[in-house]
Design a protein around this ligand. Structure first.
Ligand code: SIN
Ligand code: FE2
Length: 199
């Protein structure tokens, strides 16, 4: 079933339990080759989420700001994109291009993501596709200006959000994680995969 939050379409339970488990395995493969790390912001604050990436480009934040890079901060190329994530993109993105980047965010029980726009990509006609695995997360969505009215929706494991069209530049963030709401990850927490065309 699809619902909408602030213009963003959420395909609820797009992935069934066995696909979710398989995608977690594919994510583990990425993390073994390109370990999760806690990025810093330009001002030296650590993000509460841990990150890595797969695909041609990874999204990086450090003392010089935000950007896409072909290498992990430790110097290796990013591992290949998880095949099931690519399948998800092809089934919902509705554009002729494949994604070049799969950002992997890991949220523990206390992690959150402040309100932001995704604007480091060259072509805003290309959507952003985001896959949720593990614990529920309250997703908050505003409009294209910071500080406007917002709406929220709890994202659950297997849900796929598509930020496209007029909602592509809407501010969004994760308020909080509902610890223990899913048994997909043995040690709890949430994984978010964000797929994007970069250049
Ligand atoms: C993000 O927009 O950066 C992450 C969204 C999510 O974790 O669902
Ligand atoms: Fe985002």
């Amino acid at each position: 079933m699809s619902v909408e939050v602030g213009g963003i379409v959420v395909h609820q339970e797009h992935l069934d339990a066995s696909d979710q488990a398989e995608l977690v395995e594919q994510v583990r493969r990425v993390v073994r080759a390109a370990p999760l790390y806690r990025p810093e912001t330009r001002t030296g604050r650590k993000l509460s989420v841990r990150m890595t990436s797969a695909g041609t480009f990874g999204w990086i934040s450090d003392r010089s700001g935000y950007r896409y890079d072909r290498e992990h901060p430790d110097g290796m190329a990013w591992p290949p994109m998880p095949p099931l994530a690519l399948d998800v993109w092809r089934s919902v993105a509705n554009v002729p291009r494949d994604p070049q980047s799969c950002l992997i965010n890991f949220y523990d029980a206390n992690a959150k993501m402040g309100m932001h726009q995704d604007r480091d990509e060259a072509d805003f006609e290309m959507p952003v596709v985001s896959i949720s695995l593990g614990d529920d997360a309250r997703f908050r969505v505003g409009g294209p200006e910071r500080g406007g009215k917002t709406e929220s929706l709890w994202l659950k494991s297997g849900d796929v959000a598509v930020m496209g069209g007029a909602a592509r530049m809407n501010f969004h963030g994760i308020d909080k994680i509902r610890a223990g709401s899913s048994s997909l990850l043995p040690n709890g927490g949430r994984i978010n995969l964000t797929l994007r065309v970069v250049d």
